[in-house]
Design a protein around this ligand. Structure first.
Ligand code: GAR
Length: 193
């Protein structure tokens, strides 16, 4: 199984979906740890309840982004991670970190990439008059939310939708998409020589 770590900053519902999927005997990845950059992230307790090792690397304890990322990198190495899943991890990663984890770093983003990189994706889709939006699991590259899409799924936007309603309706779709994408990527890594 591909040893996989999950990076979170908050609620951790995507993280829980990945952990639960990976509990299946036949799943090609195992979750070796969950790391949060926020000590108060609700996801930490959820991971502990699921008996997954957790760690906090609080970006506020480091003077520079580079110093924070070095600590994060060391934590990932100590968990023996071979693959990293960002799941609601709200820090921009530098080229140094991204190149160290090249082809081993994925993220879930709440839009149909390449549309709406960055924040406030649902409001931007509504404001643009789009008839649908969705979520994308993609490879992380130097440029924010710009790496190749691994899997995508969509929801219809109705006339009365708000950003909050859309986010709530999209969440179960994210929770089913991310484990599928992790499975796909882990199998790909297993087949690399
Ligand atoms: C998810 O909706 C995810 O797509 C989004 O944050 C939420 C995290 O929820 N990610 C981003 O916006 C990344 N820029 P969760 O912590 O409950 O999984």
């Amino acid at each position: 199984k591909v040893k996989t770590a999950i990076l979170i900053s908050g609620r951790g519902s995507n993280m829980v979906a990945l952990v639960e999927a990976a509990q299946l005997e036949t799943f090609p990845a195992e979750i070796v740890g969950v790391i949060s950059n926020r000590p108060g992230a609700a996801g930490l307790e959820k991971a502990q309840a699921l008996k997954v090792p957790t760690a906090v690397v609080d970006h506020k304890n480091y003077k520079t982004r580079e110093a924070f990322e070095h600590a994060l990198h060391e934590q990932l190495l100590s968990m023996e991670a071979e693959l990293v899943c960002c799941a609601g991890f709200m820090r921009i990663l530098t080229p140094w970190f991204v190149s160290n984890w090249q082809d081993r770093l994925i993220n879930i983003h709440p839009s149909l990439l390449p549309k709406y990189k960055g924040l406030n994706t649902h409001q931007r889709a509504i404001d643009a008059g789009d008839s649908e939006t969705g979520c994308s699991v993609h490879w992380v590259t130097e440029d924010l939310d710009a790496g190749a899409v691994i899997l995508q799924d969509s929801v219809t936007i109705s006339p009365n939708d708000t950003a909050d309603l859309l986010a709530a309706r999209l969440l179960p779709i994210e929770l089913s998409l991310y484990p599928k994408a992790l499975s796909k990527v882990a199998k790909q890594i297993q087949s690399r020589v």
